[in-house]
Write a protein that binds this ligand. Structure first.
Ligand SMILES: Cc1ncc(COP(=O)(O)O)c(C=O)c1O
Length: 358
């Protein structure tokens, strides 16, 4: 059995006429980039935040989300998140803001599970801050759907993390902000689709190479080389009109609930979000386990693409004990639209065996 971390691309999607999918993602009002980080960089310019200024950002974060601030010469003053809800620790946020007088607050909706944007909005209003919602783990809500990304002065999404696309990030600017310009598309060949199709086939055949969980090379750098903004590739733009994002959202929610029921009672495991809020499109099911890295390695050897998140940049690890604590324990379990109940059952069985053996 193979339970990939992300969904593969079903070949039938290639035969759907563009625009023929009623559940396709509504991209109206979105500026499409190759990666979400490019959208953050663009949002900073649109909000008039630049060199020498500061934003408040959570210390529990990946380097690819911090990179665009570095590229813009904007400092990140790191605040703590709550260990059990991953919501901002508002005492910590207020303390940091008193010290640095930031221009904006970065609010992360971890794993697609929305945190309370209303509190963030009120804090930003009180302190004169712009609100940037990091919805990299969520799908943009369709008209009439609720979900993270509706309240911010800017909201970014990483479409390629939820849909089988070779690339794709998106930026939504709040009303009254400068209209998005057109970006040159990233050029690529159809070969970009090959890994996504291969993943689909490998899953169907139950083929996986015994391996350790994928992880970046050590030491992890604190800063990353600048990536100039490019638009989404033509392949991804075309796939966006052929893929059923509504069905993906529905299946992810069902899979989340099914897997939650199955793993909630496993000794040594603590689910972070037992209830799935209305409108949330979960990227994964996040749980806390002892020594997440070793558990992820054992699961990878069994063909389950669970992973520890994130690899903390050194500055985040230095800034926050909570971020180090979470990064050592959080395990992200796949619940994507390519999985059936049999894959979830297998994931839970493997997890039970691995935790029992420890
Ligand atoms: C919370 C968060 N924000 C932003 C990003 C950047 O997204 P992208 O890789 O599409 O640039 C990531 C990527 O992992 C992320 O996890």
């Amino acid at each position: 059995m193979y339970v990939p971390r992300n969904p593969g691309l079903p070949p039938r999607a290639l035969f759907t006429p563009p625009g023929g999918m009623s559940g396709a993602l509504d991209c109206a009002g979105l500026l499409l980039f190759s990666k979400a980080r490019m959208g953050i960089r663009y949002a900073l310019s649109a909000l008039g935040i630049g060199l020498g200024e500061t934003v408040l950002a959570p210390a529990y974060l990946t380097g690819s989300a911090l990179a665009p601030f570095d590229w813009a010469g904007v400092a990140c003053a790191l605040y703590d998140v709550d260990r059990t809800t991953l919501a901002p620790d508002w005492g910590s946020v207020a303390g940091v803001q008193t010290r640095v007088k930031a221009r904006a607050l970065l609010l992360v909706h971890y794993f697609g599970l929305p945190c309370d944007g209303g509190i963030a909005r009120a804090f930003c209003r009180e302190h004169g801050l712009a609100l940037i919602e990091d919805c990299a783990h969520a799908l943009p809500p369709a008209p009439g759907e609720v979900g993270p990304g509706a309240l911010g002065d800017a909201a970014i999404f990483s479409l390629r993390k939820l849909l089988p696309l070779p690339d794709g990030g998106a930026l939504r600017l709040g009303s009254g902000r400068r209209a998005p310009a057109c970006l040159p598309p990233r050029s690529d060949s159809p070969v970009a689709l090959a890994p996504l199709l291969a993943r689909y086939v490998a899953q169907r055949l139950g083929m996986h190479r015994p391996s350790r969980a994928a992880r970046p090379p050590l030491p992890v750098p604190d800063t990353r080389p600048e990536e100039p903004a490019v638009g989404i590739s033509r392949w991804s733009r075309w796939l966006l009109s052929c893929l059923d994002a509504k069905a993906a959202r529905r299946t992810r929610r069902e899979n989340y609930r099914l897997l939650m029921q199955r793993v909630a009672g496993i000794p040594g495991l603590l689910p972070l979000f037992p209830a799935l809020p209305d409108g949330a499109c979960p990227q994964v099911l996040p749980v806390l386990v002892p020594a997440a890295e070793q558990v992820a390695d054992s699961l990878a050897a069994m063909g389950v693409g669970a992973y520890r998140w994130p690899t903390l940049p050194p500055r985040c690890a230095r800034a926050s004990e909570t971020a180090r604590w979470l990064a050592g324990r959080l395990l992200a379990l796949p619940v994507h639209q390519g999985l059936d109940p049999v894959h979830l059952e297998y994931t839970a069985d493997c997890l039970e065996r691995v935790l029992h053996a420890r």
